[in-house]
Design a protein around this ligand. Structure first.
Ligand code: MN
Ligand code: MN
Ligand code: MN
Length: 282
């Protein structure tokens, strides 16, 4: 089977319940198969532990699987996400990096729990439950706020309690962007800058970020995501061409029923962009 990004159904950015998605890796793969996805990457936040289950399920369903991860990092005090594709999930350097990230995640969740407790919420219990997840995230806390009747929805809980400026906010002190790229490269993978248009950077700053990402060894950037405004899509495509970064496409799927992040359904790669599949050797 020849896979060209122009004619195949490809989704290289998805989450399972190993991080803040809701489906088990096998269930995610089953849904992808149902949506006729041909090439799928699992890219959980800061962990690749779901990749073995996803690989087995992809083999059973006849999909091609790309083991992946979405690493949290900081670039000039800003949280930036780096997707690693075709990584060896068992590589020691990457695993050590993930262990550090998961420790930072656990500390952050505990600190948020303390802040919520000071604000009169059952913060210790919320944190205890969120910490059951392999890679606990603020999304877990937001869902728990809803489940405990403390917010009308996970989104409302996030807005009211967890986001920057709210009583439960704790800043994340992720390792630098260059570390994320290096660990992905160590593990035999290729680094792709996730959703560059979501960082709310000016054009000039975004160009600085892309230049530094490329210099650090980054080879691709996401250019096609569902729900990207046409203006942003054109801007991303122009940047990918300018910096000679390959274009990656993915849904950033987390759960069924969120129509703005539908698994395996998104715009095609813009013209004159090197498909990331070329860099993956597919
Ligand atoms: Mn997420
Ligand atoms: Mn992300
Ligand atoms: Mn993501």
């Amino acid at each position: 089977m020849t896979l060209s990004t122009l004619d195949a159904r490809i989704d290289l950015h998805t989450h399972s319940h190993c991080s803040d998605g809701v489906l088990a890796p096998a269930a995610l793969v089953a849904l992808a198969a149902q949506r006729q996805v041909q090439l799928l990457a699992l890219t959980d936040h800061d962990t690749a532990i779901g990749c073995a289950e996803a690989l087995a399920a992809c083999q059973a369903h006849g999909l091609r699987f790309v083991p992946g991860i979405e690493l949290s990092s900081l670039w000039e005090q800003r949280e930036v996400h780096v997707i690693g594709l075709n990584i060896d999930p068992a590589h020691a350097s990457l695993q050590a990096h993930c262990a550090t990230l998961l420790q930072l995640r656990r500390q952050r969740i505990a600190a948020i729990g303390e802040r919520l407790a000071r604000a009169g919420l059952p913060g210790a219990e919320l944190a205890r439950q969120a910490l059951q997840a392999p890679a606990p995230t603020r999304t877990h806390l937001a869902r728990l706020l809803c489940a405990h009747g403390l917010a009308a929805s996970a989104e409302a809980g996030f807005e009211r309690w967890l986001k920057q400026g709210q009583p439960g906010y704790v800043a994340a002190l992720w390792p630098p962007l260059t570390d994320a790229v290096n660990r992905i490269v160590d593990a035999g993978g290729i680094a792709v800058l996730a959703h560059p248009h979501r960082y709310r950077l000016s054009s000039g700053r975004l160009r600085e970020l892309l230049a530094q990402f490329k210099a650090a060894g980054g080879v691709g950037m996401e250019v096609s995501l569902p729900g990207t405004a046409p203006r942003d899509a054109d801007r991303l495509a122009a940047l990918a061409r300018h910096f000679d970064l390959a274009g990656s496409i993915g849904s950033d799927f987390h759960q069924p029923g969120l129509p703005w992040r539908p698994l395996g359904r998104f715009a095609k790669l813009p013209d004159r962009i090197t498909p990331i599949t070329d860099r993956l050797g597919l």
